[in-house]
Ligand binder design. Sequence first.
Ligand code: ADP
Ligand code: MG
Length: 266
Amino acid sequence: SMEKYSLDKVIGEGSFGRALLVRCKNTQDEYVLKEIQLPKNPSKLDSWRREAVLLSGMKHPNIVAFREAFEADGLLCVIMEYCSGGDLLQRILRQENTHFCTDDILQWFAQLCAATQHVHNKRVLHRDLKSKNIFLTDDGTVKLGDFGSACVLNSPRAYAQTYVGTPYYVAPEIWENKPYNNKSDVWSLGCVLYELCTLRHPFQAPSWKSLILKICRGAYPPLPGHLPYELRVLVKQMFKINPKDRPSVHTILTSHRVSRLLRARL
Ligand code: ADP
Ligand code: MG
């Protein structure tokens, strides 16, 4: 299967391996090949393969499309759609201090809600929603990617213990060792929405300890007043400490006061 592709360049150094830009020799189309170091432990091996299967089941215009997966030399190789606009974090950093216009914020956020709703409808949790895992195409569409942390609801969970990623987006219940749920994804999505609005993380601190304290108190600088009232209300609700008080993605898209603004942009 590897012979079908030729290597263009390395585009990212992932936590589990490299991300490469490759070209299909037949069609000349570009793809991303994500190399994932397979664990030596055979019991873990199955869970890694399950993730490739999980990703292959996600078909949505706002989710990075899966093409195929194969194993070669102890690596799991996942071939997926290439998003030439890079990731959303890079895009945010490029802005320096120029805010995004409200229309772009609403459109990107609407697309992210649609993607997350698709994931949640399949009873899957993404568990690593952050601007670095959201990709842009050349026409400005955003796509949710990196399902390397995703899990199927009701499967055995050991999440907080194994979490190694960036702490900025992690919901308060996870720090309190409660189970990860669909509303924990909503919290992280709230962090991305806040970043789109301000170009800053909602929760920032010089140390892990003070960061976790801020998250668990839900203490963040208020959004600037020029943003639509509906959006400021929504952020407040997405950052409710009790997951039950947060709206589901379905609610945000269908019966929230912000829904009208979002659906007009889908
Ligand atoms: P990890 O989270 O393990 O580092 P990612 O899948 O998020 O792995 O990929 C790492 C980097 O590779 C990303 O930050 C991005 O720069 C690049 N990348 C990954 N997937 C794509 C893609 N589909 N299109 C464009 N760039 C990608
Ligand atoms: Mg990633």
